[in-house]
Design a protein around this ligand. Structure first.
Ligand SMILES: [Zn+2]
Length: 267
């Protein structure tokens, strides 16, 4: 079997046996990959090994039987590149990263590469250490939705096609794929109200670069009176995207609850 090299980020880790792990990775060139890592948890005499961590990034070498690309690959080598230690210092960063990993594992497929999304996830994991966790997460989720073809259309009504006017009442429908105007709202079953400041904020993400670099108007504002307003709008924007993701996945993300507790001021 040929050996394949790639770089990858660990999205999920499942304990398999005392000495092995089954990992769900997001690779740069091969999309999602499920691998068995034999012997990685074996402790040496010098240190107790805990294996490969969630959200760790590394260089991977793996083999896969031809024709079984959807199955479990065998990892033959893992070289850690980065383990994003800043994430461990703050629960909002950690949960935001874990939330991103969870929905990425849910919504991407084995052997379906998304190079731009991989780069965005890598950017998120390093940005979370320095930027507002919410700004970084909302930017990433927008990029992910764009990559998988589910980004909401917010400039015109999905019902009648008329332009969305910012001084009007606007709704959002996940099933319809975007904004719904006041006239079309009564005939739309699944919907929720979208605040204008959230609409404006998300519309700003249309200029997101392919690798997830945020547009300048979305970069972190200096700490002043507007910061708390912006954080509140970012939280609402996250809630809207989480709603869209919940409808799309048919279930709530497991990390949604813990993340919301932290965002609402719990510690
Ligand atoms: Zn309409």
């Amino acid at each position: 079997m040929a050996l394949i090299k790639d770089t990858a980020i660990v999205l999920r880790r499942l304990d398999y046996s005392e000495t092995s792990q089954v990992l769900v990775m997001f690779t740069r060139a091969h999309g999602q990959l499920r691998v068995i890592a034999k012997g990685v948890k074996r402790a040496t005499r010098k240190k107790a090994s805990t294996g490969i961590d969630l959200l760790e990034m590394g260089g991977i070498v793996f083999s896969q039987r031809p024709g079984s690309e959807g199955g479990l690959a065998i990892m033959t080598e893992w070289r850690q590149i980065e383990n994003f230690p800043l994430l461990q210092r703050d629960l909002s960063r950690l949960y935001a990263a874990q939330y991103a990993a969870e929905v990425t594992a849910q919504l991407t497929e084995v052997n379906d590469p998304h190079v731009g999304l991989y780069d965005s996830l890598a950017r998120l994991l390093s940005d979370l250490g320095t930027r507002s966790a919410l700004a970084a997460l909302v930017t990433y989720l927008w990029q992910m939705l764009r990559e998988i073809g589910l980004v909401p259309e917010l400039s015109r009504c999905m019902g009648c096609g008329s332009p969305i006017v910012r001084d009007s009442v606007v709704y959002f429908s996940s099933r319809e794929g975007g904004a719904i105007c006041r006239d079309c709202e009564p005939s739309t079953v699944e919907k929720r109200r979208i605040e204008i400041r959230v609409l404006t904020l998300l519309q700003g993400l249309r200029n997101l670069a392919a690798d997830g670099a945020p547009p300048s108007e979305f970069a972190d504002a200096p700490r002043d009176d507007r910061t708390s307003d912006r954080e509140a709008a970012l939280k609402k924007a996250f809630e809207l995207l989480d709603y869209h993701l919940t409808e799309t996945m048919g279930k709530q993300a497991r990390l949604r609850g813990p993340l919301m507790v932290i965002l609402n001021g719990g510690r």
